[in-house]
Every structure is written in structure tokens, then in C-alpha cells.
Design a protein around this ligand. Structure first.
Ligand SMILES: NC(=O)c1ccc[n+]([C@@H]2O[C@H](COP(=O)([O-])OP(=O)(O)OC[C@H]3O[C@@H](n4cnc5c(N)ncnc54)[C@H](O)[C@@H]3O)[C@@H](O)[C@H]2O)c1
Length: 432
């Protein structure tokens, strides 16, 4: 019998966990290393809050099956993984704090790997990074602490991760994947490893910087596109026509692909992307005015949504609103950098009480309620910030029985409602 391929995935978050399980499902022995003790304890117990599935099998079942088969070993201690495997995949992020990329996590994981690195090991970076990070930040740490050299003793490669949360398993398998390395041998070794989980094209690129930069630009291009449609939404609203209908019409042009406006842009990837490009651009003396303005436009949308909510509220009534959906996008459990959370903060700052309902987001907030009815109780209106399974968006009887005032309202940022239906139910609708 041939030995299973041994892989260690560092970081067991939205990318790392489904990636680790994708290798385990295909017979690899996979160590998953994360510094978050609570997360690792939950994973060991077969618990995850992620909303992923592979061909209708939920990630919860996949996790339990792979734990039971002994093919997935979550741990906070990297030492066994470093001794027993020879493929190290990094999915640890670079957070942005006050506009600055924070390298501390990626540096820490590089040090952990370096201390156990062996000749002929592969280190494959899949995090989204500031262009140049693999060569200029990670490689020196690996070499210095291990005493090994990247293009002589071990393999070092970069392959961007392009999945969307909620479609991770399917996109690991089917999304064309870019790959490059410090040398050709590193690139080929990484491509061979990736071919275990992907059936799609593995596209070799001439340098790691090409792949790193392409990834950041993919994300920035979405930020700019969304900023554009958020601006278009202001125009169509003033004109008295529906932005979603306009976009649907415009997208029938085969070379046009407008994204959808919403309450802002959230999640880890898109809001951070500009801040990965900006410091490098500054260093190179390149002005990124368009991308900077796009970021600013998207950051301002939550304030616009708050203005919409306030103008629908009756000053004589208790200042309470119900919020449906706290995730950074529809059908997600991820509330990192979520515009919904920003909107709640701004509302609270205005003295407005928020009662939110989101059955998918596990984060505890004092303003989060256990049911739709609790969120609606005594509110003047509803603000829709993300679609979720488990939110009954058309339960008008419940809305009427719980909402107060003569003109209860819905502010819809997600194109959930048709005006005729809402008005027939006796509510006022405002869309973005
Ligand atoms: N979320 C997405 O949809 C997505 C898509 C494509 C690319 N990416 C990129 O992938 C990377 C990971 O994103 P994510 O959404 O999975 O983030 P995440 O925060 O969900 O997961 C990162 C994990 O790394 C762990 N970690 C931090 N320091 C560590 C260390 N020293 N050793 C081991 N583990 C450590 C954290 O505890 C966390 O669980 C980021 O670079 C992100 O930009 C994310």
C-alpha cells in the first residue's frame, strides 16, 4: 500500500478548514494547525459554524467523517505536524489595522514552520498578501531560522486562493488556479499537490509576484465595480427607477458585468485589498486615485443607509428598529468587517435601539435576538442587510402584529422585496 500524502494546513478559518478537509476527503493525512484554542477544541468535537457543503454533504458531516477516519487532525501544537508531514500550506491572513497591513500572524506562522522545516519540504502560501510578501517577508524568515535555502533545500511556492465563502469545496475543485514558485521545481511541486484537490486548470505564472498581484487586483476590481454600482444606485434612485432592474438590463450586454449594490462591502478580502496595494504603490511612487476613491465610496454606504432609516422613523415613537441579517454578504455566517455591524454601530450612536436577527452569524452581540418576533417587537420598521435561510422575509402578518406606528417601513438594501407586495401589506418600502 502506498503511503498517503501528508499535508499540514496552517490556519483553520474560512479557507483553511474546507481546504484541509478537501485534502482529507481525497485520502491525504492532514494536520490542521491553528493558534485559536477554542476553535481547535470545537473542531476536535466535530463542531463548525461554516455554511459549506460538498455535493449537498454539509461540512459538519465531512468534518466528523474525516475526524473518525483519522485523516484530519486539528491541533494547536505544530510539532507533530512538522515532523510527520512534508507539505505545509499557509492560509493565515494579513489583517488591516487603521489602514496598515499587519504582518504579525504571517510572520509568526513562518517562524513556526521554519523551526521544523526539513530538506525537501514544500511551503505553499495561499493567503492573500501584499505583493512581494512571499519573497521578501516569508522566505527570509524560513531560511534564517531553518538554516535551509529556498531554491536548494526546500520548495517555496505561492498560489492565490480564489474561493467564495459558501462555495469553497466546489471552487477548490473547479476554479482555475494560478501557481508560481521561487523556482520551477517549487512551482511544479506545488502544482502537483494542488492537483489532488483541483480538477481545474493549474496556470503556471512566471513569478510569485505575478500571482500575488493578480489576486489583490482581482479583489480590488470587485471593490471598484461595487463602488461604481453604489454610485449608479444614487443616480437611479434620484431618477426614480430601480437599480436592480437597470443592472439586470445592462448585464444582458455580453461584455458588461455589473455587480450588485448593497449596504457596503464587507468580509476579509475585498475591503482589505486596497490596503495591500496602497503601501506598495506608495513605495513605487504610483498614484492609485481611482481605487482609493472606490474604497471611500464603499465605506460611505453604511452612512447613506442610516440616513434612509432615519428619514423613515417617526420622532414621536420609541426609536427602535429591527435589523434582518448581520453577515457581510447574503447566506454567510461571516460578520468580519460587515457593513451591517457598522450600520448597527452608527444607529446606536444616533440613540436608536437595534434589535437584530441573524440565525447564521454565531458571534454574540447584546443587540442580537433569538427570533424574528423578538427583533420586531416594538420596532418602527425593518432594515434588511443580508439574506439568510431562516429569516421569513415575507411574513407580513408577523410584521404588522409586532411593528408599531402608522407607517411601519422596510429599508431593503438587498433587493428582497417587490414594492406592490410591501405596499399591499400596508408597509412603506425604501430601497437603495
Ligand atoms: N474568506 C475567503 O473567502 C477568502 C477567499 C480567498 C482568500 N482568502 C484569504 O485567505 C486567508 C485566510 O482567510 P480566512 O477567511 O480563512 O481567515 P480566517 O480568519 O477565517 O482564518 C485564519 C485562521 O488563521 C489562524 N491563525 C492566525 N495566526 C496563526 C498562526 N500563527 N498559526 C496558525 N494559525 C493561525 C486564525 O486563528 C484563524 O483561524 C486570508 O489571507 C484571506 O485574505 C480568504
Amino acid at each position: 500500500m502506498t503511503e498517503p500524502v501528508k499535508v499540514t494546513v496552517f490556519g483553520l478559518g474560512f479557507v483553511g478548514l474546507p481546504l484541509a478537509l478537501s485534502f482529507a476527503m481525497r485520502g491525504c493525512k492532514v494536520y490542521g494547525v491553528d493558534v485559536n484554542e477554542e476553535l481547535v477544541a470545537e473542531l476536535k468535537a466535530g463542531i463548525t459554524h461554516h455554511l459549506e457543503a460538498y455535493h449537498s454533504t454539509p461540512i459538519q458531516k465531512i468534518l466528523k467523517d474525516q475526524l473518525a477516519a483519522g485523516r484530519f487532525i486539528p491541533t494547536t501544537d505544530a510539532s507533530e505536524a512538522l515532523t510527520n508531514s512534508d507539505n505545509f500550506i499557509v492560509t493565515v491572513g494579513i489583517p488591516v489595522k487603521e489602514g496598515r497591513a499587519d504582518y504579525s500572524h504571517i510572520e509568526a506562522v513562518s517562524k513556526t514552520i521554519a523551526r521544523g522545516l526539513k530538506p525537501n519540504d514544500l511551503v505553499l502560501i495561499r493567503s492573500t498578501v501584499v505583493p512581494g510578501t512571499t519573497r521578501n517577508v516569508i522566505k527570509p524568515i524560513l531560511e534564517e531560522l531553518s538554516g535551509l535555502k529556498a531554491d536548494e533545500d526546500f520548495y517555496l511556492a505561492y498560489s492565490s486562493e480564489r474561493i467564495a465563502e459558501g462555495r469553497a469545496f466546489e471552487e477548490f475543485e473547479n476554479m482555475p488556479t494560478l501557481v508560481s514558485g521561487v523556482d520551477r521545481a517549487s512551482r511544479d511541486r506545488a502544482a502537483k499537490l494542488l492537483s489532488i484537490v483541483t480538477k481545474a486548470d493549474l496556470i503556471p505564472c512566471s513569478s510569485m509576484e505575478v500571482v500575488e498581484t493578480a489576486k489583490v487586483m482581482e479583489n480590488v476590481s470587485r471593490d471598484v465595480n461595487i463602488a461604481m454600482v453604489n454610485e449608479f444606485a444614487r443616480f437611479t434612485k434620484a431618477l426614480g427607477i430601480d437599480i436592480f432592474e437597470v443592472i439586470k438590463a445592462a448585464n444582458t450586454h455580453t461584455r458588461v458585468n455589473l455587480l450588485l449594490p448593497g449596504p457596503g462591502v464587507g468580509g476579509y478580502c475585498i475591503p482589505n485589498a486596497f490596503h495591500y496595494l496602497a503601501p506598495k504603490a506608495e513605495e513605487l511612487g504610483v498614484n492609485l486615485s481611482l481605487t482609493r476613491i472606490a474604497r471611500e465610496i464603499n465605506e460611505q454606504v453604511p452612512e447613506r443607509v442610516v440616513t434612509m432609516i432615519k428619514r423613515n422613523m417617526t420622532p414621536e415613537l420609541p426609536p427602535v428598529v429591527a435589523v434582518f441579517g448581520l453577515a457581510m454578504k447574503d447566506y454567510s455566517n461571516d460578520d468580519r468587517i460587515s457593513p451591517a455591524i457598522r450600520i448597527v454601530e452608527l444607529l446606536q450612536r444616533e440613540g436608536i435601539t437595534v434589535q437584530a436577527f441573524d440565525p447564521a452569524v454565531p458571534t454574540r452581540y447584546e443587540f442580537k435576538k433569538e427570533s424574528m418576533a423578538e427583533a420586531l417587537e416594538g420596532a418602527q420598521g425593518i432594515v434588511v442587510l443580508a439574506r439568510q435561510e431562516g429569516i421569513d422575509f415575507h411574513n407580513y402578518d408577523l410584521f404588522r402584529s409586532k411593528l408599531i406606528g402608522e407607517r411601519p417601513f422596510i429599508v431593503d438594501t438587498r433587493n428582497v422585496y417587490r414594492r406592490e407586495m410591501v405596499e399591499a401589506a400596508g408597509l412603506v418600502l425604501e430601497t437603495i
